[in-house]
Design a protein around this ligand. Structure first.
Ligand SMILES: *Cc1c(COP(=O)(O)O)cnc(C)c1O
Length: 445
């Protein structure tokens, strides 16, 4: 038997040794603080983050598994749910739960509709959900986990938003749920919720709006006077929503919400087991143990920012976004996909391979996500990007100019890999390749 290389140390390390090891381990982490990363981290300000850490730590050891042990956490959760319902034009009959993230929120929503449909449509044995192709992969995950077939409908080729007629045509006798995004992750667009919801409503099926990304931006962006289509509980027929506090809610990581218009739908989310030898076991979401820190920090974030705090941050983020949009529009070789509503956008080129541009920007110290169908580079704007936006636009211009000079030069960077992944017709092979990549990433030595 060959033991793995890393095993429990015989004697515990001193704090000094520990911190040294940790410093060493994190030296290659991407440095997001300088604003050169355009994804993954949401940051209101250094003071806000310190406040989050403080409140998070106060509840570090507490567990929200039971609603009885820590009334504080129950209050924080219901307050956060209530404030968000109000922000999204729900009324006091709405209900919801705090989860660990957008993925758990979406998994919960799909599971809830499945169990609700078993009661409401007992003849449906193989339930389906109709989902635009731009929706987050959490819906695919939910489909895999909970046996609700996912019917993916390509988005409109011009607008890149959900194609209403095609979504309607995809409904069958087995459909229990329709999905839209506000906004979607790839291109920052809001699906035509006001047109989708009546279709769902007429059939008596669910209409879920995934606002994980936009839920804590769009209400403020609208108040600032930017055009925002209706997307929330104000639209009749919207029966549930998902919203991430740990994105533009500027909470600590590990906080998201799943909200329902009606309590009788929400109830199908719960797990109640009354015959266990360990006692009556209840859980409102997927998890058992629920760390108190992110719940307290979510409450602290919302109460410390308040309406004016969120408005100020949204204003700063939108001004930065508009600068970026203008900068991109001034470069004839590249263009933005669709008409982004808030602070998430992607851009591409018909003249050169945009992933080559991505590689050049990497070399200049930037980190932009790559997206596909069509290939594009992705930007998610945060308040701390305001200070660096001019440098970014200059580097973008320079990088495009470099490609113009040497269009033939494709290096072995990520452009090659992403280009390959996007272009291979055999998707089974691509999936195998990615699966192998992933298993290798977490290999034990
Ligand atoms: C981020 C995101 C999710 C998933 O949220 P996680 O917190 O990463 O699990 C779902 N939908 C959209 C639109 C998102 O942007």
């Amino acid at each position: 038997m060959v033991r793995p290389k890393v095993v429990l140390p015989e004697n515990g390390l001193s704090e000094k040794e520990l911190l040294n090891s940790i410093e060493e381990a994190r030296k290659d982490d991407i440095v997001w603080e300088e604003g050169r990363v355009w994804s993954l981290v949401y940051h209101a300000s250094d003071e806000h983050t310190e406040m989050l850490k403080k409140t998070h730590n106060m509840f570090f050891s507490k567990n929200a598994l039971s609603p009885l042990a820590f009334p504080s956490l129950k209050k924080f959760e219901t307050d956060v749910v209530s404030m968000t319902i109000d922000l999204l034009h729900g009324d006091k009959k709405c209900r919801g739960s705090l989860t660990s993230g957008g993925t758990e929120s979406i998994l919960m929503a799909v599971k809830t509709y499945r169990d609700w449909a078993r009661e409401k449509f007992p003849n449906i044995k193989e339930p389906e959900m109709v989902v635009p192709s731009s929706a987050h992969p959490s819906f695919d995950k939910a489909s895999d986990y909970f046996n609700v077939k996912i019917v993916k409908v390509p988005v409109d080729k011009e607008t890149h938003r959900a194609d209403v007629q095609a979504m309607k045509d995809a409904i069958t006798d087995n459909t229990i749920l329709m999905v839209g995004s506000a906004c979607d992750f790839p291109r920052g667009l809001v699906d035509p919720i006001t047109e989708l919801a009546p279709i769902a409503s007429e059939r008596g099926i669910g209409m879920h709006v995934d606002s994980c990304l936009g839920g804590f931006m769009l209400p403020f962006v609208k108040k600032l006077g930017y055009p925002v289509p209706e997307f929330d509980f104000a639209v009749p027929g919207v029966t549930s929503m998902t919203i991430d506090v740990h994105k533009y809610g500027y909470g600590a990581k590990g906080a998201s919400l799943v909200l329902y218009r009606k309590e009788r739908l929400w109830k199908h989310q719960f797990s109640v087991y009354i015959d266990w030898s360990g006692g009556v076991y209840i859980a409102t979401t997927m998890r058992g143990t629920r760390p108190g820190g992110p719940i307290a920090a979510a409450w602290a974030a919302m109460n410390s920012l308040g309406m004016d705090g969120y408005m100020k941050l949204a204003d700063k983020v939108m001004k930065t976004t508009k600068k970026i949009i203008k900068g991109i529009e001034e470069i004839p070789e590249i263009y933005i996909l669709g008409d982004p509503v808030m602070s998430v956008l992607s851009f591409t080129s018909d003249v050169f391979n945009v992933f080559q541009l991505g590689d050049l920007l990497d070399e200049k110290g930037w980190h932009l996500d790559r997206i596909q169908f069509p290939s594009a580079l992705h930007i998610m704007v945060n308040p701390h990007h305001a200070d660096i936006v001019d440098t970014f636009l200059q580097d973008l211009k320079d990088a495009v100019a470099e490609i113009r000079k040497h269009p033939e030069e494709i290096k072995d960077g990520e452009a090659a890999m992403y280009g390959l992944i996007a272009s291979l017709p055999d998707r089974g092979k691509v999936k195998d390749f990615v699966l192998n990549f992933l298993t290798n990433q977490y290999k034990i030595q």
